[in-house]
Write a protein that binds this ligand. Structure first.
Ligand code: EPU
Length: 338
């Protein structure tokens, strides 16, 4: 266990916002977390916020309580047969390290999620997704500890209530109540590439043989081209979610914008890329003070250096208003404001 007091959170959020926390506690095991919770009066300054690697957070102010984070990093095989296996992975393992390990061992399914920042715990909370794959497609169960009383709680995939960038852990009544300590992922032993998402097939053309490793490398290459490296330019990946609209609303938009990109969600709903709409509004690459819309992917807001949480919120609201005015569509942040 590691404890820090009056610590700058700048290294702990990928936006690089410079605020302080009163206290920060890193735990290395379930038992340590349970010990902290059972001694909460002595060990925790309230309020308590559990974070991952801070890649989906925007701090608006100093944090007056305790930031908790997991350093649980084991990987155990739970069940295995000729076709598949289920592994239990510690929430503090870096998701991309886990994916790299899976690919190297011939455990398939997560290749398209390569290089998404964050840890395994957050993958189960955010239902991270990219290039036609979501974490929820491979999650079997999520092991949690109640932050109220330290009791164990196992959520099956169905209980997690997964949908696009959504889980029960983001719902009122559950949000902030649990720490994810490990996740059970079920992976295949046969490589079945998922290439339906635009751009992947094209990017793969130089490769003569398609392996999970070449697919992973291609995904990493695509992400590196479009998405800024938080070490160089603070950001939290996609700042907004892609809005899901009705088929009727989409048809009306298509009349005005025949080139509008889209993804089918179900028979009645279509997902529209917010990045495309933001670009159409002329905001791609533009700044407001030290906050900017990334010049290679308009869904990403960046900290050009020294931006405050308020600067980012100001840009966020300006961009939202522009999209609302031009397209009549509300876009919502994916990033959590603290
Ligand atoms: N587009 C533009 N201009 C832009 C950005 C996008 O015209 O500035 C267009 C693209 O040309 C394309 C469409 O919008 O036709 C979709 O763009 P892209 O493939 O880059 O994906 P996205 O919808 O903007 C989502 C995820 C990403 C994920 C990609 C690929 C969300 C909120 N974001 O972005 O996730 O990597 O799809 O699957 O769903 C993240 O969560 O941090 C993240 C990067």
């Amino acid at each position: 266990m590691k404890k820090y007091t009056d610590i700058s959170l700048k290294p702990y959020n990928t936006f690089g916002i410079d605020v302080n926390a009163k206290c920060m506690l890193q735990y290395d095991s379930v038992q340590e977390l349970q010990h902290i919770i059972s001694h909460r009066d002595e060990m925790l300054a309230e309020p308590v916020l559990h974070i991952g690697s801070g890649s989906n957070l925007l701090f608006l102010d100093d944090f007056p309580g305790t930031i908790l984070f997991s350093n649980i990093r084991h990987l155990d095989i739970v069940t295995e047969n000729a076709e598949s296996l289920t592994v239990n992975v510690g929430s503090g393992m870096v998701m991309d390290d886990f994916i790299a390990l899976c690919v190297s061992r011939g455990w398939y399914g997560l290749e398209n999620l390569s290089l998404i920042p964050g840890q395994v715990g957050a993958s189960a909370v955010q239902n991270i997704g990219a290039y036609g794959v979501e974490a929820a497609d491979y999650i079997v169960a999520v092991h949690c500890i109640s932050l109220q009383d330290g009791s164990e709680r196992l959520f099956s995939n169905a209980e997690c209530n997964y949908s696009y960038r959504h889980s029960i852990f983001k719902e009122p009544g559950t949000k902030g109540h649990y720490a994810v300590v490990s996740v059970d992922y079920k992976l295949n032993k046969t490589f079945v590439p998922r290439l339906e998402y635009g751009g992947i097939r094209r990017a793969l053309q130089p490769h003569t043989t398609l392996t999970a490793q070449t697919l992973r490398e291609t995904i990493i290459e695509i992400r590196r081209q479009k998405l800024p490296d938080p070490q160089v330019l603070g950001n939290a990946g996609s700042f907004f979610m892609n809005p899901i609209i009705s088929k009727e609303q989409f048809s009306a938009l298509q009349q005005r914008y025949p080139d509008i990109p889209s993804y089918i969600v179900d028979e009645d709903h279509i997902k529209v890329p917010a990045g495309w709409m933001i670009e159409q509004c002329g905001w791609k690459g533009r700044s407001l003070g030290q906050a900017a819309v990334h010049d290679r992917q308009a869904l990403v807001l960046v900290n050009k250096g020294g931006a405050t949480g308020a600067d980012i919120v100001n840009l966020c609201e300006t961009v939202r208003a522009a999209v609302q005015e031009t397209f009549g569509i509300k876009i919502s942040p994916e990033v959590n404001f603290i």
